[in-house]
Design a protein around this ligand. Structure first.
Ligand code: FES
Length: 107
């Protein structure tokens, strides 16, 4: 069972850009990439850094603090010092809005 949540209008985020978005119970990063809109938890899995303050290159986001990169398509961490993958969310476009599904075990 999952819950669908509206993140932002599709026209609010130009391709190649990302931003953090506060939801009721969590903060997420939303990125508009060549692979579409991708959504993940906003905080780096290493320490307290908001990934939306880093750099987006394709589907890769680079942490502003120590430089670990994460692939927003898979959530996989690619570089030290972060070791844990990022939580990502399935994205659907509904009525020109980016929406995510949150599975029961992510609530
Ligand atoms: S806080 Fe992101 S790599 Fe250290």
């Amino acid at each position: 069972m999952s819950n669908s949540i509206k993140i932002c209008p599709t026209n609010a985020l130009p391709r190649g850009e990302m931003r953090c978005q506060r939801l009721a119970d969590r903060n997420v990063l939303v990125a508009h990439t060549d692979a579409g809109y991708l959504v993940a938890d906003e905080m780096c899995t290493h320490e307290d850094a908001r990934l939306c303050d880093g750099n987006l290159n394709g589907t890769l986001v680079k942490c502003p603090l120590h430089g670990s990169r994460f692939d927003l398509l898979t959530g996989r961490v690619l570089d030290d010092p972060a070791e844990d993958d990022l939580t990502i969310y399935p994205v659907t476009i509904i009525d020109d809005h980016v929406c995510i599904s949150i599975a029961a075990d992510q609530e």
